[in-house]
Write a protein that binds this ligand. Structure first.
Ligand code: RB5
Length: 149
């Protein structure tokens, strides 16, 4: 459960810009405090330039939860998951968003801005922010993610 007194972070490339702006407005109306890592227009940019600083701040515990958006959600997620303490989940629907918290303790949700509608995206973010990690058998699985062989 993400507490509204903490700062929620969000970032996108141009492919996610419109959805980012939509989500920001809805989340602020709901009482969330947001830090926007950009981008700030639909001008073409490289998604890693936005996603690296955002992910770094999750990696070093400066922030707890993030929302990232690019056209497909893939490039943003791949960049974020380079950071050892980041678990970024690419989600396409509400159930996936919920499961990514319940089973994977995801700390970033990655959204495909060009493929999902705005209201669905908002519902996905809300459930992501309000679902606790289940722990139990999933804890040891999540711990094994970083144990590359
Ligand atoms: C930008 O055109 C697009 O490649 C980007 O938003 C994203 O989909 C990359 O994975």
């Amino acid at each position: 459960m993400f507490k509204k007194n903490k700062v929620l972070i969000i970032g996108s490339d141009h492919g996610g810009y419109k959805l980012k702006e939509f989500l920001k407005e809805k989340l602020i109306k709901k009482g969330y405090k947001l830090k926007d890592y950009g981008t700030y227009s639909e001008k073409s940019i490289d998604y890693p330039d936005i996603i690296h600083p955002l992910s770094k701040s999750i990696n070093n515990s400066e922030h707890e939860i993030g929302i990232i958006i690019c056209g497909s959600g893939n490039g943003a997620q791949m960049t974020a998951n380079k950071y050892p303490n980041v678990r970024a989940a690419l989600c396409w629907n509400v159930e996936q968003a919920k499961l990514s918290r319940l089973h994977n303790d995801a700390n970033i949700i990655s959204l495909p801005g060009r493929f999902i509608d705005e209201e669905t995206a908002f519902k996905m973010v809300e459930i992501f922010l309000n679902t606790e990690f289940e722990g139990g058998r999933h804890k040891k699985r999540v711990e094994k993610i970083s144990k590359i062989i």
